[in-house]
Design a binder for this molecule. Structure first.
Ligand code: FNR
Length: 364
């Protein structure tokens, strides 16, 4: 499977399984620098046969992080630490991707895993405990967090520049693929959704204005990201509420980003406020199917995600042309060899098994 690039032969993946980005809120992530833990975590999934591995949501600036245990890519120390990881992923046959992110009004929270061990430590971190001012398109209490400050035009330009600088460092770190995080109620999605964007200037109101930040970020990243490397984006295909961001808007925006050089789109959903769709196997794969259909006859790598857990479920989505690739998150937390085991279930021979050779007996 190949993801098209603007120049060159494209990014060829050994199979169509993608490790979805997952924040791990590791205590070892000091000042956004990936540690041995991240190397082992991501490396294990390369050993386990994934075609493309996307590192967790990585802040383009310190204040862009969800928590202070997130990774970042705003300095050279972080870049150099990522280089070790991309080298490893490549040496075990996986393509290396990174998700570049800004959490906007959902930044400065406790690491999400803490609420499972300490229910008092959830939501916004108070400033006296290291929290920071958050920014967003408009003030809002929709996320039950401290309200973000409404961004000025200068704030918006700084975010675009931060994405650009992070993209340049991602290239230097050896990544093959960038996924811009425009989903899950984080900054770019906050601009897209009328639920969080109440602005009356050129950054809010109409579809054209609400999508401006997403398009400006794509344009700026595309300028520094080499033409022979693939650029992707993750959308929440819907806010699951009538007054919110819709699948029709997602499809329209997908074609606009395609015109700017995006060749891979991942379709998730939700993240603004407390709205959720149906929950169950493949609950949101129809969003990928709709976007894919809209690109009929064109070369766009569309991935489905969400409660895809079995090899058969993944294969059905591919065989019925609902997606070009399958992003796996939670199932891969439990089974780093999910991709290789899926291949085995589907009848791939031991010789073609993508797991690291050291594990060859696992393919029997
Ligand atoms: C996530 N998810 C996520 N999404 C994203 O775009 N960036 C991220 O950093 C994270 N972080 C994250 C951490 C953890 C622990 C989980 C479980 C999930 C969402 C994830 O990529 C995926 O879209 C959903 O989990 C649905 O897919 P699964 O888990 O049903 O395969």
């Amino acid at each position: 499977m190949t993801i098209r690039t603007l120049e060159g032969d494209g990014l060829t993946l050994r199979n169509r399984s993608v490790l979805a980005p997952m924040c791990t809120y590791s205590v070892t992530a000091k000042d956004g620098v990936p540690s041995d833990w991240h190397l082992v975590h991501l490396g294990a999934r390369a050993n386990g046969g994934f075609g493309l591995i996307i590192a967790e949501a990585t802040g383009v600036s310190p204040e862009a992080r969800i928590s202070d245990q997130d990774l970042g890519l705003w300095n050279d120390e972080q870049r150099d630490a990522f280089k070790r990881i991309t080298n490893y992923l490549h040496s075990y046959g996986a393509a290396a991707g990174i998700q570049l992110a800004h959490a906007g009004g959902k930044a400065s929270t406790y690491p999400h895993l803490l609420e499972y061990v300490d229910s008092d430590r959830k939501g916004s971190i108070p400033e006296e405990q290291g929290g920071w001012e958050t920014v967003g398109p408009s003030e809002t209490d929709i996320h039950r967090l401290r309200s973000p400050r409404e961004m000025t035009a200068e704030d918006i330009q700084k975010v675009i520049k931060d994405f650009t600088d992070a993209a340049r460092r991602a290239d230097e770190a050896g990544f093959d693929f960038i996924q811009i995080h425009a989903a899950h109620g984080y900054l770019i999605h906050q601009f897209l959704s009328p639920l969080t964007n109440k602005r009356e200037d050129e950054w809010g109101g109409s579809f054209e204005n609400r999508t401006r930040l997403a398009l400006e970020v794509v344009k700026a990243v595309r300028e520094v990201w080499p033409q022979n490397k693939a650029l992707g984006i993750r959308f929440s295909g819907t806010d699951w509420v009538e007054e919110g961001w819709t699948i029709e808007e997602t499809i329209q925006l997908s074609h606009l980003v395609a015109d700017l050089g995006v060749t891979a789109i991942d379709l998730s959903s939700a993240g603004i406020g407390q709205y959720f769709g149906p929950m169950g196997p493949g609950y949101q794969t129809q969003l990928a199917a709709q976007v894919k259909k809209s690109f009929e006859g064109q070369d766009m790598f569309v991935t489905a995600v969400g409660f895809i857990t079995t090899a058969e479920q993944a294969e059905t989505l591919l065989m019925t042309d609902q997606a070009d690739g399958i992003s796996i998150a939670r199932a891969a937390l439990n089974d780093p060899h999910w991709a290789a085991n899926a291949a085995k279930t589907l009848g791939v021979t031991a010789k073609e098994d993508p797991r690291a050779a050291q594990y060859w007996r696992g393919s029997w």
